[in-house]
Design a protein around this ligand. Sequence first.
Ligand code: SF4
Length: 482
Amino acid sequence: MHRQNRTLPFDVRTLTDGALVGISATGDHLFLHQDELDCLLNDPDKFPPKRKAELAARFFLPNHGRNVGKERLLAARRAAKRETVAAGPSLHIIVPTLQCGHTCQYCQVSRAQSDSGFSMTPAALDAACERIWESDADVLTVEFQGGDPLLRFDLIVRAVERLTDMNHDGNKRLRFVVASTLHQLTEEMCAFFRAHDVVLSTSLDGPEHLHNRNRPVPGRDSYRRTLDGIALARQRIGEHAVSALMTTTRASLEFPEQIVDEYVRLGFNEIFLRPLSIYGFAKRNLARVGYSQEEFQVFYERALQRILWWNQQGVPVREVYMSIVMNKILSTFDAGYVDLQSPTGAGSSVLVYNYDGWVYPSDEARMLVETGDASLRMGRVTDSLAQLLSSETRLQLIQASETAAADCTSCAYRHYCAPNPVDSQAQFGRPDVPAHQTEHCGRHQWLFDTAFALLHGADANSEEMFHVWARPSTTQEAACDR
Ligand code: SF4
C-alpha cells in the first residue's frame, strides 16, 4: 500500500509474523508498530522528537525548512541506485567456446563436444575487445564463460593481452574472471593468471556424491578434478584466487546442511545458493532436475540457518543471494545485480559476446538460443557499441523492466527489485508478461520478506553481520551478471 499525506510517499509490507516494515522512496526502511503506522498516517506531529528525526532521516517525513536540500538528496539517492546501469556496459562476458567435457543434466548451454564451429574466431574475439573498449565505464570486468573457456586458453590469452595493451595508460580498471570447471587448469595457465590478476570462478555443487551426480564427466571423477584445480589455483595464484558457485537441483534438496559444510570444510567464506535456471538444457530436463518454488524455499532456509549457525561458531561465511538482497536493503550504493535492476542491466550494464559472433544482453539470453529462441540477439560483434546499445532488443528490455509499469507500482519492494524480461522470455516466450505471473517475482518477494524477517529478529551482532554481507564481495560481484 502507498501512503501519502503529511508524510513523504512510502509503502508498508506485512511480514509473515505480522511485523510491519515501512519502506520510503529512497529504499530506507523502518520497522513500525501498528500505533506508529496510525500516527504516521493521521498525525505525524505526535511522534516524539527522536522518532520523528529518525523518520525524517529515512525519508518518511519531510524535514521542514530543509526540503530543497532533501529533494536533492532524494534524487541523488535514487540516482545512486541506478548508477551501475547508467554508467554504460561494465560487465563483458566473452564465450570463447561452447566445448565442455561435462554432461551436466542442468547445463544451460547445450555444451559442444568438439571445437568445430563451436569456438570464436580470432577476428570475432578481436572485435569483442574493440566493443569492450568502446564502453564509457571506468571499471571493466571481462568474464570468460563457456562451455569451459580453459579449453581455448589461447583465446583467453589473446583477449587479456589485447585489452591490457589497450589500457597501456591505465585509465580504466580492468578485471578478468574465468568461469571454469578447472579440470584443464595447468601450472602454465596459473602463471599467466597470476601475472594478469585473473581470478577464477568454479562450480561446486556440494559433497562428492552430489557433485558427481549433478556434474558428471564420462569415465572420470568430476569432484576430485575440480578440487585438484582449486588446490592448484590456490597454491600458484593465491589463497583467494578461486570462488565457487553451486546450482540447486532436485538431488540437492535433501542436503542443504551438507552442502554448506562442504564449502566451510574447503575454506570458502562465501556460498551462493542458486536456484536452477529455466534455460537451455535445464529447461529440457526440468521434469528430472526441477522442483517447485516452495521446495527451493525449504532448502534455502535450511541452508541459510546452517550458514548462520557457522557464523555463531565464529566461522565467517556469507550467503551470496542474501548478501545481494541485503545490499539492496541496507546500502546506498547498488551492487548492480542485473536481474533486480530497473531498467534491467541486461544489455545496458552487461553484454555477452558469444562464440558464434552474436551479441546478447545477458548470459541467460544467449542460453535461450540453444533451445531455439534467438529473439534477444542485439546484433553482431562487428557492429559498433552504439549500434548494439540502440538495438530494438535493448529498447524492449528497458521497457519491460520498468517498475513504474504494471504490477510493480503496487509492490513495496519496487525500489529494490524489478521485472526480469529475460526470465519472462524464457518462461512465457515474451519479455513483458505481468510481473506477478513470473517465478522471478514470487521468488524475490519471498527473499525480501525473508531478509526483513532476519533483520527484524537480529541482535546487534547479527545486524552487524548483515551490514558486512551488504558490502559487495568478489563472488557477489561475479554473481551480479547471473
Ligand atoms: S518483480 Fe515482483 S517483487 Fe519485484 S518489484 Fe515487481 S512486483 Fe515487486
